[in-house]
Design a protein around this ligand. Structure first.
Ligand code: HEM
Length: 384
């Protein structure tokens, strides 16, 4: 992650010194996110902002170019017709296959011992032992955490309820490892890239907030010369309150996943005025909850102060759900927070971001997607 942040800083240095000193926000942060996922999940080094034609980068960009018509067919058609038509994934075919091949290649390479072990997702998946009994019983409640369980430094004790000496433990097979790599890309790319893009929009629109963030981050970090030192990392992760508040407010106003689905497990469950039968599908509209003035006064105003420690008591439990909640919440919430903190803390210290005459007053979002993906907009970058 830190190496990817360095690459982003170098790219901004170059932009700030050129004319026009303007970036396409989404492209820039999607490239940064690609670098992070490529190295942490696929053991591949990319420099996506400088080398957009690298196959990993180009396929990553294409991945979410989904076709609304194809998606509808996948939802509406019965399985035998989908099989007949070869409709097996919502994602664009070519990049989907490309990533399967990359993941396959990496797993084979690791197995052959050609690369030596690395501290990345592929290695974790290859070393993992899974208890079949836990999977069958869906017994993984203690394996994820929610926001309230994060320690001050953004980490958490994850206590698995697996029995260590169980004889039913197995390794993941190749297809499970490959599927997990792809899923991490699917779940981690657009969500994090969008969050940084939305963040940048609000920062450029609200210069007073940007200045305060700069002052607070600089105040906490100016003591460090080296952004790769453990001490620097500790301070960024232990929470610079205003940095945390701006990230949280971005995720409130623009939750990248605007809806999550659940199935009602109880029979005749009373939910407000409705009675739900067992098996009913429920869509939890995260963005509607986050924009409800009952929970967040003046909800369209970008106001990080809502999340400052002195105002925390005003937050209503279960109304803040960017990573969802419960045993199936985002498995990588800590990973995402780490990435966001490291990236933002570093760039706001060195650069100033402003709107251009082309930047819209409000973000517009692509339609027909559960992901909140903003239409492209530009930002001016100057060196501090
Ligand atoms: C700001 C960034 C992110 C946001 C807002 C976000 C949000 C979410 C949400 C709302 C869910 C659905 C949970 C549910 O249905 O209750 C989810 C699931 C998931 N996310 Fe994230 N996510 C982010 C980043 C990431 C990253 C970086 C990765 C991987 C590296 C990731 C991996 C996953 C996985 C694997 C799941 C499925 C968990 C399960 O079904 O048990 N997410 N995420």
């Amino acid at each position: 992650m830190r190496l990817s942040v360095d690459k982003l800083n170098k790219f901004f240095d170059k932009i700030a010194a050129s004319t026009p000193n303007v970036i396409d926000a989404k492209n820039t942060f999607a490239a940064f996110t690609t670098d992070v996922i490529a190295s942490t999940s696929f053991a591949t080094e990319t420099n996506a902002n400088e080398d957009p034609n690298n196959p990993f980068v180009a396929n990553g960009k294409e991945f979410f170019n989904t076709n609304v018509f194809k998606s509808l067919l996948i939802i509406l058609l019965p399985k035998f017709m989908r099989d007949l038509l070869g409709l097996d994934s919502f994602f664009a075919d070519k990049p989907f296959k490309f990533f399967i091949e990359v993941a396959k290649h990496i797993v084979e390479q690791r197995k052959s011992g050609a690369m030596g072990p690395r501290n990345d997702l592929v290695q974790l998946l290859m070393d993992a032992r899974v208890d079949q009994k836990d999977i069958e019983e869906m017994n993984y409640e203690k394996m994820t955490v929610d926001e309230n369980e994060l320690n001050n430094n953004g980490t958490a004790e994850v206590t698995s309820n697996k029995k260590e000496n169980s004889s039913t433990k197995k390794r993941l097979d190749d297809s499970e490892i490959i599927a997990n790599c792809i899923f991490f890309f699917v779940a981690g790319y657009e969500t994090t890239a969008s969050t940084l893009t939305h963040f940048m929009f609000e920062l450029a629109q609200n210069q007073d907030i940007q200045e305060r963030l700069y002052q607070e981050v600089e105040g906490a970090l100016s003591q460090f010369d080296n952004e790769h030192s453990e001490e620097y990392f500790e301070v960024v992760m232990s929470g610079i309150p205003y940095l945390e508040a701006t990230i949280k407010e971005t995720l409130r106003k623009y939750p990248p996943l605007s809806v999550v689905g659940r199935v009602c497990e109880a029979d005749n469950y009373k939910l407000g005025p409705a009675t739900l039968p067992k098996g009913a599908l429920i869509n939890v509209m995260i963005n509607a909850i986050h924009l409800n003035p009952e929970y967040y006064p003046s909800p369209h105003q970008f106001n990080p102060d809502r999340f400052m420690p002195e105002n925390k008591h005003q937050l209503v439990p279960y109304t803040y759900l960017p990573f969802s909640i419960g045993p199936r919440n985002c498995i990588a919430m800590r990973f995402a927070y780490q990435e966001l903190r490291l990236c933002i803390a570093s760039i706001v210290r060195k650069f100033k971001f402003e709107v251009t005459p082309d930047t819209p007053k409000e973000l517009k979002f692509k339609s027909a997607s559960v992901l909140m993906m903003a239409e492209p907009f530009s930002i001016r970058v100057t060196k501090r």
